[in-house]
Design a protein around this ligand. Structure first.
Ligand code: CS2
Length: 497
């Protein structure tokens, strides 16, 4: 990045008019506290919110909160008056928009009092979240609070100085009995609002049963489906942004032009006019949420594990492989789409084709390794629920099972070409221990991992048909490698029997 260029900041805005989302934004007060200030939020909800303010006004400025003790984003944004660039890349080209919706940035572990004060400010009417699956401190077996989670245990003893997300929410909500904010989950979980409601109600109840009852009765937790492919920032992205805008941005966000947001219209104290700028406000999000989780995230994870093993570094490289294309196309058409209960207006085939196009975007360079993280939390909503439904329907699920097998082989920490990599997962220590203990023996690997009830529901783990499919897939990955298996399962061979 050329250092002779000026740094992005308020002083540069007059020269950046053509890169703004609209005209004057004014100085909106903070109406939203967002927990989990990562790239995804900055390219998705923050953009919708700024556009909604530009279209219909309202004090919906955002206070972005970093939940982990990582002050780098705060530092980068502070040096540029909390402005940042979103680089949208498609086949047709690239463009940059400078976003102004974020008004303040806080780092929770370092600024706890400020974060809680901001959440307690009555002008804040929404607290939204992108804290990834692991931020919810939930137990996949019960879809409720994981009472064994260290941060939860800490918070139950110290509710005024919380560490966990439910802890922060309840510490703020308990002071707002007359005017609770709406809690808006924007993470890739099935029934995200319901899971968040469960953990928050259970946590509040454990502190004070009466408080739990009040949260259950008075606080709204709408479900949402969020979608935009947003890879990590690289120096190449920084250079492109600098070239297009003439300004240096330390932390621009790359993304595709496609975006979607389906929101359950259930807000206690108002919301930005998101519907005016393309969001869908509906009564029931679940069908959209499941469609996206299973079709997009399910195939993303499939490409991630097969990709890392088979040497596809990015999603576009993976989907450019004709066998991978056939495999993913067939998986969506034959095994995933039939499980969806979507409105008549939702065209499954068109949705699939659009996803395949999005994956092929050569400018995103979305790393398979990035998507491969946190598999212990991603597998259940993305793949295992679909498999369970296919089993119940007496229908085939071989390709879905190949994805699970690929995750298991991925845990051995070596690609087919012999490259080693680290496992990034909250359960990494346990998963790596089990993988190593198996010594690569497929039967041991499957038995050890299927025994993890936090990931595999016992009914699925003990299902004879599923176990048999899994062994076939593991054997295939072992004997033919990921590439050979992709080719094998892409064809009708994957469907036989
Ligand atoms: C991806 C998602 O990293 C991942 O696990 O599957 O981040 C995906 O890109 C988004 O959900 C797309 O909306």
């Amino acid at each position: 990045m050329s250092t002779s260029l000026p740094r992005l900041g308020a002083a540069q805005l007059p020269a950046l008019q053509s890169h703004l989302l609209g005209g004057a934004l004014g100085e909106p007060a903070i109406g939203i506290v967002h927990l989990g200030l990562g790239n995804f939020h900055r390219a998705h909800q923050a953009v919708y919110t700024e556009q909604a303010m530009l279209a219909a006004g309202g004090d919906w400025g955002i206070c972005g909160v970093t939940v982990l003790d990582e002050p780098a984003m705060q530092q980068a944004l502070a040096e540029q008056d909390n402005l940042y660039s979103v680089l949208t890349s498609d086949r047709d080209g690239q463009q940059v928009q400078v976003v102004r919706a974020i008004r303040k940035v806080l780092v929770a572990p370092r600024q706890q009092a400020e974060v809680l004060a901001q959440m307690r400010d009555p002008r804040v009417r929404i607290v939204s979240l992108t804290v990834t699956e692991k931020g919810y401190c939930y137990d996949a077996k019960t879809n409720g609070l994981d009472f064994k989670h260290p941060a939860v245990q800490h918070d139950l003893l110290n509710p005024d100085t919380p560490k966990s997300v439910p802890g922060y929410l309840v510490a703020a909500l308990r002071t707002r009995r007359d005017n609770p904010f709406t809690v808006l989950s924007c993470d890739n979980l099935a029934h995200n609002g319901k899971i968040l409601r469960n953990v928050v109600v259970q946590y509040a109840h454990a502190i004070d049963p009466e408080l739990g009852k009040w949260v259950a009765e008075s606080v709204r937790f709408p479900c949402t489906m969020v979608d935009r492919i947003v890879p990590a920032t690289t120096d190449e992205i920084r250079d492109i942004v600098a070239r297009i805008t003439g300004c240096r941005d330390a932390w621009p966000v790359p993304g595709e032009s496609f975006r979607q947001w389906v929101i359950e219209d259930n807000f206690a104290a108002g919301r930005p006019a998101w519907e005016k700028v393309g969001a869908m406000l509906v009564d029931d999000v679940i069908p959209y949420e499941l469609a996206k989780l299973r079709m997009l995230n399910g195939t993303h994870s499939t490409m991630a594990y097969l990709g890392v093993l088979g040497g596809f570094e990015t999603v576009d490289q993976a989907i450019a492989d004709p066998d991978m294309y056939k495999l993913i196309h067939a998986m969506m058409t034959e095994e995933i789409a039939p499980t969806l209960t979507v409105p008549d207006s939702f065209d499954r085939a068109a949705y699939r084709d659009q996803l395949l196009m999005r994956y092929a975007n050569p400018n995103l360079k979305h790393k398979t390794m990035q998507i491969a993280s946190d598999g212990s939390l991603k597998l259940p909503p993305r793949l295992l629920g679909t498999i369970a439904e296919r089993i119940a329907a007496g229908a085939s699920y071989r390709r879905l099972t190949l994805a699970v097998a690929a995750w298991m082989r991925f845990l051995l920490g070596r690609s087919d070409a012999g490259l080693s990599y680290a496992i990034n997962d909250p359960m990494a220590a346990k998963l790596t221990e089990l993988a190593n203990l198996s010594g690569g023996d497929n039967m041991c690997l499957a038995n050890f991992l299927l025994g993890l009830e936090d990931i595999f529901p016992p009914a699925l783990a003990s299902h004879a048909g599923f176990r048999a499919e899994l062994m076939l897939a593991l054997t295939s990955l072992d004997r033919q490698g990921a590439r050979g298996s992709i080719a094998h399962y892409a064809g009708t061979a994957g469907l036989a029997g």
